[in-house]
Design a binder for this molecule. Structure first.
Ligand code: FO1
Length: 505
């Protein structure tokens, strides 16, 4: 009897390049199962975990474990949820997750909250299928969680990690409010190399952190085990979430409406990853700085809200290393080194979105040129409405306003022109951050703050030839953009006009 041909199991790379999403998702599921049947059979790297309480172990009376989600809003490929399930499986108790919805978050508008809540709705459904209770609380964690944990005798709380001031404060306040006999764990589920492992200080530039991160990838860039159907059912059942009431409870600017071109949720994010692998990755090395080319991953909205894991993106992209080596290396530099450098900056520099957070050389050079005459000065509203004399800048702003995203290369030009066209560096930084945070789906993110700080006050950059207004801050101009890409085509696509300048004086 002839031997059956060996089963042609597609390698992840093959399915990543394949055009079918179901095949890609099936391969991810298989990939998790080959890592381990569940997190109990997986060697969980405890360096991803920090214990924030004096209490280190779960009390014997524990009736469950709860994961408080704020940055990593997904089920699979989530080290924080995996750690919570590990604890619950070990103690044979139910597993709960919760989200604490606050009515305002930095300069988020209904655009970002809509994207986030739809992603959470998908996550809640997936938790339901896995026997994990999904609770939605209104208010800050420290106000709602301690009583809930005490009342239901939950025996451990797990949080994920964001380096920003506000989420860090939420964690600190919760740590002091939780019952003393309940351990409180924090897991960095956003970075591949945990922020506190990559470096113990603010790094000067990508070149000083790159090897600290890349040398640890063999230890941390591993497969994920699956979050499995939880075998211990809970007597405490989560109330069904009223998602419309959640959206209505927000005190946010509703004039910046939801974007329709980017579908929220983990599945949509993974679909974008699969499409990136199969269609755009090949262009990434050569065309990533060309805004007229669709060469970017476009994954940042889902990564910002943690609806997909960057580690998952890297695992998928690296399967295609043999075919597109330069693109894979360039993408890993952006998605691992630059992104983790941004978390490093915000974690170790509390002034991460203020001029005080810039290096002394940058603050000095901006001061030296504070009195330089600005040829054009625009108000925040004029910038928001793309009313400047520069058609390229206006086109980039219109892309941001309409799509909730701006091309990465243009963000630098866009922010640097705000430095040139406002009366002080402080206002330039405040306006750039406000516009990015309120209009960009992936705003309010360490990468966004570092992007504005790099452009306006030279963070992670060096000094350049001194000039008006910029001092030694790296300069970018229209002519430079024309040398890089077809500016006219981009302007035609987004319709930015040259508005005549009306001096304020
Ligand atoms: N996290 C929460 O725990 N509760 C919220 O209500 C909340 C709103 C929110 C709105 C916009 C946004 O971009 C993020 C938001 N987050 C919220 C997410 C979370 O705080 C993230 O940790 C931050 O984005 C920092 O990474």
């Amino acid at each position: 009897m002839s031997k059956a041909p060996p089963s042609k199991k597609p390698k992840l790379g093959a399915s990543a390049a394949a055009s079918d999403l179901p095949g890609f998702l099936a391969k991810l599921e298989e990939d998790r199962k080959t890592a381990a049947a569940s997190v109990s059979d997986f060697k969980f790297n405890e360096k991803r975990v920090r214990i924030l309480s004096k209490q280190k172990t779960m009390p014997d009376w524990a009736t469950g474990v709860i994961y408080w989600i704020f940055r990593d809003q997904r089920v699979q490929d989530n080290w924080a949820l995996l750690y919570a399930q590990k604890l619950a499986l070990k103690r044979k108790v139910p597993l709960h997750v919760c989200f604490c919805l606050v009515p305002k978050f930095l300069d988020a508008t209904v655009r970002q909250y809509d994207f986030m809540l739809k992603g959470l709705e998908e996550m809640a459904r997936e938790c339901g299928r896995l026997g994990i209770q999904f609770h939605m609380f209104l208010g800050e964690a420290r106000s709602v969680l301690p009583a809930f944990v005490a009342e239901h005798r939950l025996g451990a709380v797990v949080a994920d990690f964001s380096p920003l001031r506000l989420p860090s404060e939420w964690v600190d306040l919760l740590a002091v409010a939780l019952p003393k006999d309940v351990p409180f764990f924090q897991v960095d589920a956003h970075n591949i190399v945990p922020c506190w492992v990559a470096s113990d200080k603010a790094e000067y530039a990508a070149r000083t952190i790159r090897n600290k991160i890349n040398s640890k990838l063999p230890e941390f860039l591993t497969k994920f085990p699956p979050v499995v159907k939880h075998p211990h059912s809970s007597k405490l059942l989560a109330e069904a979430v009223d998602w419309d009431a959640a959206l209505a409870s927000l005190e946010v600017d509703r004039s910046v409406g939801p974007v329709t071109s980017i579908a929220p949720g983990s599945e949509a994010g993974l679909a974008c990853l699969q499409e990136f692998c199969s269609k755009r990755l090949r262009l990434f090395a050569s065309k990533r700085n060309d805004p007229t080319c669709n060469a970017l991953s476009n994954l940042s909205p889902w990564c910002h809200f943690g609806q997909i894991s960057v580690q998952r993106c890297i695992l998928a992209v690296r399967e295609l290393k043999a075919q597109f080596p330069e693109s894979v290396d360039a993408f890993c530099e952006e998605a691992i080194v630059r992104r983790e450098l941004a978390d490093n900056f915000c974690h170790y520099n509390r002034e991460y979105d203020r001029l005080e957070g810039a290096h002394a050389w940058a603050r000095k050079t901006l001061d030296d040129h504070r009195k330089d005459k600005r040829q054009h000065v625009y108000s925040r509203d004029e910038l928001a409405r793309a009313l400047t004399h520069d058609d390229l800048w206006n086109s980039a702003q219109l892309q941001l306003a309409r799509e909730g995203k701006m091309h990465g290369f243009l963000r630098m030009y866009w922010a640097k022109k705000i430095l040139e066209w406002t009366d002080t560096p402080e206002r330039a930084l405040a306006d750039a951050i406000f516009l990015n945070d309120s209009m960009s789906i992936d705003g309010r993110d360490p990468s966004g703050y570092v992007g504005c700080m790099w452009s306006i006050c030279g963070v992670h950059d060096q000094g350049w030839r001194e000039r008006e207004v910029f001092g030694k801050i790296r300069y970018m101009n229209y002519e430079g953009c024309k040398r890089k890409f077809d500016v006219a085509a981009f302007v035609a696509r987004w319709g930015g006009k040259k508005h005549s300048y009306k001096s304020k004086k």
